[in-house]
Design a protein around this ligand. Structure first.
Ligand SMILES: *Cc1c(COP(=O)(O)O)cnc(C)c1O
Length: 231
């Protein structure tokens, strides 16, 4: 076990039940259906034993933020479970685009024209036109990835029309020191006016607010798996 605080497999199964229950309850409270809310279990810097526990409990949708780490953990698991859906949720360097296209099933972090162009090329070469999300930097934070809100419409159009990418939705990570709700609302507004139906937003601390504001995918790590190992 990588850390002394890792939860047992039973705890992990119970955590999944708890989070799913809270998603349902939030949906009832705000009168929105939650059958369309996808729980993406974020397994970055978690031991394979924790992922195995989630797989045993029937979970199949996971998120990783680094290509190299995912390449170390996932090929064997994907060979054993054909229906795993692996989402890339971290920043992608263009020199890793080819590897990302080969391993991941959904790429949530398209954040700049150069990356979009290279991904489109690699997807064509691999014959894998993966569903993608555009990451929006709703807080316009200089250190954070994502297209700025005012540039989003044009970038979405470029990705779809010029590059032929299968853009299914938008993704955001609100600034840690702010209330997330206005950021979730803004992401929903940009998606709505661009005819996009998927919103990837909400993490362990704020997934219920995200569900309230229309999330269709929540990315939950520590609330499912416990504390991560150091990077
Ligand atoms: C790590 C990470 C998460 C999960 O964060 P938790 O707070 O552990 O739930 C979600 N989204 C992204 C983009 C991440 O990098």
């Amino acid at each position: 076990m990588a850390t002394g605080t890792s939860p047992s497999n039973n705890d992990i199964a119970a955590n999944f039940d708890d989070i799913k229950g809270r998603i349902q309850k939030t949906g009832k409270k705000w009168e929105r259906p939650t059958t369309d809310v996808d729980l993406i279990a974020v397994s970055k810097r978690q031991p394979v034993s924790a992922i195995e526990a989630a797989l045993s409990s029937g979970h199949r949708h996971f998120g990783e933020n680094r290509v190299q780490e995912a390449q170390e953990k996932w090929p064997d698991l994907k060979a054993r479970y054909a229906d795993i859906e692996l989402h890339l949720i971290g920043p992608l360097q263009t020199n890793k685009a080819k590897d990302a296209v080969a391993l991941f099933d959904v790429i949530q972090t398209i954040d700049r024209p150069k990356l979009a162009r290279i991904l489109a090329k690699e997807m064509t070469a691999a014959g894998r036109n993966l569903p993608v999300y555009i990451q929006v930097n709703t807080g316009k934070e200089p250190q954070k990835a994502g297209i700025f809100p005012e540039d989003a419409d044009a970038f979405i159009a470029e990705c779809r029309e010029e590059l032929g990418l299968d853009v299914v939705g938008l993704m955001c990570i609100p600034p840690v020191e702010e209330q997330p709700a206005p950021h979730f609302a803004l992401l929903g507004k940009i998606a709505g006016r661009n005819g996009l139906s998927h919103l990837s937003m909400g993490m362990s601390a704020d997934f219920e607010t995200a569900v309230q504001f229309g999330a269709t995918a929540v990315r939950v790590g520590t609330a499912l798996f416990g504390t991560r190992t150091d990077p």
